[in-house]
Design a protein around this ligand. Sequence first.
Ligand code: UD1
Length: 422
Amino acid sequence: MDSILVRGNGALSGAIPIAGAKNACLTLMPATLLSDEPLTLTNAPRLSDIRTMTQLLQSLGAEVASLQDGLVLALSSHSITNFKADYDIVRKMRASILVLGPMLARYGHAVVSLPGGCAIGARPVDLHLKALEAMGADLDLRDGYVHAKAPGGRLKGAVVEFPFVSVGATENALMAATLARGTTELRNAAREPEIVDLARCLKKMGAKIEGEGTSTITIEGTDRLGGATHQVVTDRIELGTYMLVPAICGGEVECIGGTLDLVASFAEKLDAAGVSVTQTNRGLKVARKNGRVRAVDVMTEPFPGFPTDLQAQMMALLCTAEGTSVLEEKIFENRFMHAPELIRMGAKIDVHGGTATVTGVERLKGAPVMATDLRASVSLILAGLAAEGETVVSRVYHLDRGYERVEEKLRACGAHIERISA
Ligand code: UD1
């Protein structure tokens, strides 16, 4: 198993290109299942999660070609032959459940393994299933699989009211509704930029959708969808992560491709901590104004609130802030696994349930640490970049799920970082 060695190297400055969004790409790819015409995605990120979704779609009979060094994905579902998404692939990645809605909507039946538990919480899929049931699906849960059928071969439009916001359930229901008979209204829908991106792509394919980006999305079902070419939206989580580099190390970094609308609530917190964020014509320029950052309180919320996927990285920053910060995690019940690792590096953190109290120290100290999940892994790298001495982060396969060429991007800003292959 690879690990990453980081050595604190003072202020870091430079330009970092931000990739297309992993989470957008993972929902755009299954949209191919809605049509027998080609779907081309540009600006795709080069990540192991994308390779897992590729494998899953190929196992169903879809064609997925990775072109231009992985930046372009050419997908086609004209010859789907298998309607079962197998446990062996689904267990690797929860987003696999996103094939259920489109397959059921287009073919009237599908069998998809239930994704297993996940390190950051129980993460059930009940909201996905309830939405599809509201649209007329017959669901049978047996042997760890959802066996789904649409009576008469087609889903029907419905009013779906989500009891709380779920990104994945909104995406599954949105895709399914595009081919349902009649109109669907999704209430309390997620408003994440990835949902807006999905809706934009589906509209290019011929879907009739209104209200994406608000909490009510209305979809008028159509008989068939066509092909499309779509550019994947910028990854706001990768963007936020690299915005933290100058915040935690000092210096000035321009994140190429970044826009403020994607990270407004996060940028507000950075500003309150003493980090300036400016929109330029090619991205976001971030610089630490002077001295140490100040403590700020953070609460994670669905978009447009502070993203849970930036909580671990923000905690790394606040470990070095002047004063005490309170971080509340409201989306996932077990998402502070990076805290004990940061404590190994000299951080002062008290965790009680979903609340972490962080008292900043002047300087963290390098240590061997272990990545426990995707965002935790990058928070340890950020902490290592600001720490005195050497930090070795093990289990970096988590990192490779969501960050492409991380060493290269950080090295371009002057970081000392290298991968140690086992
Ligand atoms: C997506 C993102 C993930 C991000 C999360 C929240 C992808 C591939 N992943 O995950 O990076 O952290 O949004 O922004 O896009 N829940 C249920 N029942 C359900 C569905 C969800 O109880 O059927 C719960 C979850 O356990 C969690 C909360 O709802 O506590 C929000 O989860 P959700 O928005 O669905 O996250 P994902 O779509 O899995």
